[in-house]
Design a binder for this molecule. Structure first.
Ligand code: NDP
Ligand code: 8X3
Length: 252
């Protein structure tokens, strides 16, 4: 039987590339995000290849998360794989100059949103004694960099939640795994720099950054291992990157 995968943040970047790749591999898809037009476009593109449904909600809104998941039609109710991908950085300010709205957004989306979605889906996995949760963390959850402060804190939290989930869900035979990418060329920096596209572009100039498809490929590999195999923590940099702040731009 085809497995059903629930992807948050499917309207862009890593989530969208993952949806496209998993469709080719015959997974059934539940695609989530706030931008309805993008969800509709993606559904239209993929529904000739596999079964697709969409849910439009903001991960920060607990009741909307719950109601959306409850509203799934019968054929999409069993969720075999949850990919907690929705998230972003907001700003790159020093702690002393940080904007509290940015801090709220990062903690509410990257941490609390991930928890709300997981809480709504974990009970059915426990009931079936089976399931897979893939949390998209970041190398920012492994190493703090200048101006990264609260974004890094949110991804350190994802790292801790990932470990906590694995411990608590171990007795229920549920796989829990985290993938931590370094620099990936998506809409991430457009969001971080609030539409300053020139500044966003610069982040990925002078070297070959990871592409969303590279992470999709890894996600597909991770979720297609035999059930007794759990890749629990995977860190991936572009070759040009050695640390959060060391990127070789002399080889391009
Ligand atoms: P994008 O900005 O391209 O995609 C972010 C996705 O998250 C969008 O689909 C967006 O959808 C969704 N999202 C954001 N806020 C919310 C919200 N409040 N409610 C629901 N969905 C939301 O970035 P990436 O693809 O790069 O990011 C995906 C994940 O990967 C994030 O968790 C990010 O932290 C992580 N990551 C990214 C790296 C990078 O360098 N790009 C590196 C390491 C990790 P919509 O706006 O439609 O709601
Ligand atoms: C995104 C990677 O280095 O911009 O999580 O924080 S970084």
């Amino acid at each position: 039987m085809k497995q059903t995968v629930f992807i948050t943040g499917a309207t862009s970047g890593i989530g969208m590339a993952t949806a496209k790749l998993l469709a080719q591999h015959q997974f059934r898809l539940i695609l989530c995000g706030r931008r309805k037009n993008r969800l509709e476009r993606l559904q239209k593109l993929l529904e000739s290849v596999t079964d697709v449904t969409t849910l439009q909600f903001d991960v920060r809104d607990k009741s909307s998360v719950d109601e959306s998941i409850k509203s799934l039609s019968k054929e999409f109710q069993q969720i075999d794989v949850l990919i907690n991908n929705a998230g972003n950085a907001h700003g790159l300010d020093s702690i002393q100059e940080g904007n509290t709205e940015d801090w709220d957004a990062m903690m509410d989306i990257n941490v609390k949103g991930l928890l709300y979605v997981s809480k709504a889906i974990i009970p059915q996995m426990i009931e079936r004694n089976s399931g897979f949760i893939v949390n998209i963390g970041s190398t920012a959850g492994k190493e703090v960099y200048p101006g990264g402060n609260v974004y890094c804190a949110s991804k350190y939290a994802v790292n801790a939640i990932n470990k906590g989930m694995r411990i608590d869900l171990n007795q229920y035979n549920i796989r829990v795994s985290a993938i931590h990418p370094g620099l990936v060329e998506t809409e991430f920096s457009d969001v971080r720099f609030k539409g300053d596209t020139a500044r966003a572009k610069k982040v990925y100039q002078g070297y070959k950054a990871l592409q969303a498809e590279d992470i999709a490929d890894i996600i597909q590999f991770v979720i297609t291992r035999p059930y007794h195999v759990n890749i629990e923590d995977l860190v991936v940099f572009p070759t040009a990157q050695a640390t959060a702040t060391m990127v070789n731009k002399n080889n391009a």
